[in-house]
Design a protein around this ligand. Structure first.
Ligand code: GTP
Length: 358
């Protein structure tokens, strides 16, 4: 039996305002909450029990899991105060049934990947590692934690968010999935916030623990920002990203009850949510339209997210924008490049052009 802890308690600040009402892992991606893609991938890799480590908006997970049948035992652990990534792993410990030397998988709740999960656990067992990290190469590593390894795959340092060229010693980053020997979790301090990246991992290295890395060059995406959220959703719909929770792939996913006018164009891996409406001559390209939203006649929605019940008025154009739940964009507006509209906000029929670059 392999157990896993899924870290889903973060506030998802980079994805606001979408995460004001819904925690990031519960946002719908390709028709189901994002966390379902992760849970079903873990299940298919042989994980038999998952502890969901919740904090922010824990009740949203609880009511979903109570009604869901995901073919795997899911247990919910909730922190009274957010304990950070390491503190959340330690807080999940009483819910684990693994023995002291057993491998326990840890997943960040916002990573979409094609990782060979079973292969990572195998590597962990074969090398006798205390912790094994999944690493992925990226072009620009400045926003991430760098994890250099030696010729034997042993991790030599943890370098958080390097800025100068001298600090960028590798393109391998911490991809947000680890295998811990269970007894290593026992040693994380309990009852206070701990960052696994800043405290636990560097501490293990200075204690001489065996920490190894596995570099996987397959699909990897951190869905933490609006642009990457849209990208991940489109990649799942079109089949570029793997998930057992996507029944069929194609150019678009139109969910039950949605109405798309015959003259509208929906493409680029877009999702049209349940009971949403896309009017005549509207274009939705590479975007996510949440449940009950409306894209009115002739409107254009490109690389954007339209929140639950939000309205994009006739002839309006949005590109690279996030429209919060229930917001109403009047006719003829243009919202570009990073503009975020808060839930319930109303923009009149003023033909105004908003751009965060302006
Ligand atoms: P941002 O605020 O946009 O950075 O997103 P985030 O809140 O998700 O933070 P981050 O991406 O750094 O977190 C990595 C993973 O750890 C995510 O899956 C979070 O849900 C999770 N996480 C972060 N902090 C906590 C915490 O205090 N408790 C629990 N249970 N999970 C956490």
């Amino acid at each position: 039996m392999t157990e896993a802890v899924l870290l889903v308690g973060g506030q998802g600040t980079r994805l606001r305002p979408l995460t004001i009402n819904t925690p990031k892992p519960m946002l719908p991606v390709a028709g189901v909450p994002f966390t379902v893609h992760q849970i079903t991938r873990a299940r298919d890799a042989g994980v038999s029990r998952i502890v969901l480590a919740t904090s922010y908006k824990a009740e949203v997970f609880r009511s979903f899991i109570d009604d869901a049948d995901l073919g795997i035992e899911v247990v919910i652990a909730t922190e009274d105060e957010p304990l950070g990534t390491g503190g959340a792993i330690r807080h999940a410990l009483p819910h684990l049934q693994s023995g002291p030397d057993d491998p326990v998988l840890i997943f960040n709740g916002d990573v979409l990947s094609g990782l060979d999960i079973d292969g990572l656990v195998r590597h962990h067992r074969e090398t006798g590692s205390d912790v094994t990290l999944y690493l992925t190469p990226v072009e620009d590593p400045r926003a991430y934690g760098l994890v250099p390894t030696d010729a034997d795959g042993r991790v030599t340092a943890f370098l958080e968010k390097p800025q100068t060229p001298e600090e960028i010693v590798t393109d391998q980053i911490n991809a947000g999935c680890y295998v811990f020997r269970r007894s290593v979790i026992d040693r994380i301090p309990a009852g206070r916030p701990v960052s696994v990246e800043r405290e636990t991992f560097p501490g293990l290295l200075s204690d001489g623990a065996l920490v190894t890395g596995v570099v996987d060059r397959g699909y990897w995406l951190d869905l933490g920002t609006p642009l990457s959220f849209v990208q991940g959703s489109c990649d799942l719909v079109s089949g570029r990203a793997p998930s057992p929770a996507v029944a069929s792939t194609g150019d678009a996913l139109v969910l039950a009850g949605a109405q798309v006018a015959a003259s509208a164009v929906v493409r680029g891996g877009s999702v049209i949510g349940r009971d949403a409406v896309v009017g005549p001559d509207a274009v939705v390209d590479g975007s996510v339209v949440f449940d009950g939203a409306e894209v009115a006649e002739g409107a254009r929605v490109l690389g954007s997210i339209v929140g639950v019940g939000a309205v994009v008025g006739a002839g309006s154009s949005i590109r690279g924008a996030v429209i919060g739940d229930g917001a109403v964009i009047g006719r003829g507006n243009e919202l570009l490049d990073g503009v975020r509209v808060w839930p319930g906000a109303r923009l009149g029929d003023t033909s105004v052009r908003f751009s965060s670059d302006a």
